[in-house]
Design a binder for this molecule. Structure first.
Ligand code: NAD
Length: 254
């Protein structure tokens, strides 16, 4: 992508303190956007902002309505508006359906699904005022097929995709595009960070229940996901909306 593909655009990235969110914040900034890096952990968001030009760090719990509203307001006040929302905040907990407690279920749904909903809902009034509005949500191969050994994660990610499609349909007439990136296995600290968010051990092998031999049999780097996120935010993707975009080394192709 060109260095100036997102020049002048103003972005909020949730979950920007680590992994895919951090890499997305960097990719958007490298393409010329000003980025508000939001995360539950302000120290992590600060670390991301330290590596980009003109960004701000925001503490935000995406599962908390007031916290999300405040993060969106902070972004708009800092940049004078908002053109792009990327929702990367997410957690995973292990557990087949019968082994999942209600507390575990609610925790995952609250962060992954409700957090995505709140970020989109709070951003829409400002995206409406943008000339180049775009939303990118982070689903998973688990948005498309049952993957891994977590009922709550699969359910949350399926719903994130369907929410993204609904938003795309609802706001297409107003020029707001919404697409869902569906990564396969990415080299991040998702399991360890999920434990930190929840304050309780999770300890699943990240790969449990995943396909044994996907076509490209390797883990991807967060930057390989972030490159697609940045493209979907850019005007070059002007006819893409409501799309589920697998970035999975062929995982869902076979
Ligand atoms: N790593 C993978 O293999 C993989 C595969 C497919 C999809 N994903 C998805 O990608 C997204 C990013 O995950 P990642 O792998 O980069 O993990 P990560 O743990 O490196 O990053 C997630 C970030 O979200 C933040 N976060 C967690 N709960 C939050 C909350 N309530 N409010 C605000 N921030 C919160 C964490 O602090 C962390 O910085 C998640 O939605 C995840 O489900 C990851």
């Amino acid at each position: 992508m060109n260095d100036d593909a997102l020049l002048g655009m103003r972005a909020l990235v949730t979950g920007a303190g680590s992994g895919i969110g951090a890499a997305s914040a960097v990719a958007l900034a490298d393409a010329g956007a000003r980025v508000a890096a939001a995360d539950l952990h302000l120290d992590s968001a600060n670390a991301t902002v330290a590596s980009i030009d003109g960004g701000i760090a925001v503490r935000c719990d995406v599962a908390d309505e007031a916290s999300v509203a405040a993060a969106v307001r902070t972004t708009v006040e800092a940049f004078g508006g908002m053109d792009v929302l990327v929702t990367c905040a997410g957690i995973t907990l292990p557990g087949r359906t019968a082994d999942t407690t209600l507390d575990e279920w609610r925790t995952v749904i609250d962060v992954n699904l409700t957090g995505t909903f709140l970020a989109i809902r709070e951003s829409i009034p400002y995206l409406r005022a943008s000339k180049t509005p775009a939303i990118v949500t982070i689903g998973s191969v688990a948005s498309l097929v049952a993957a891994g050994s977590s009922a709550s994660y699969n359910a949350s990610k399926g719903a994130v995709l369907q929410l993204t499609r609904a938003v795309a349909a609802e706001y297409a007439a107003e020029g707001i595009r919404a697409n869902c990136v569906c990564p396969g296995l990415v080299r991040t600290n998702l399991a360890a960070n999920s434990e930190r968010v929840r304050g309780a051990p999770t300890a699943p092998p990240e790969t449990a229940g995943l396909k044994a031999r996907p076509p490209m049999s390797r883990t991807s780097e967060p930057e390989e996901i972030a490159a697609v996120v940045a493209f979907l935010c850019a005007p070059a993707a002007s006819f893409m909306t409501g799309a589920a975009v697998p970035v999975d080394g062929g995982y869902t192709a076979t």
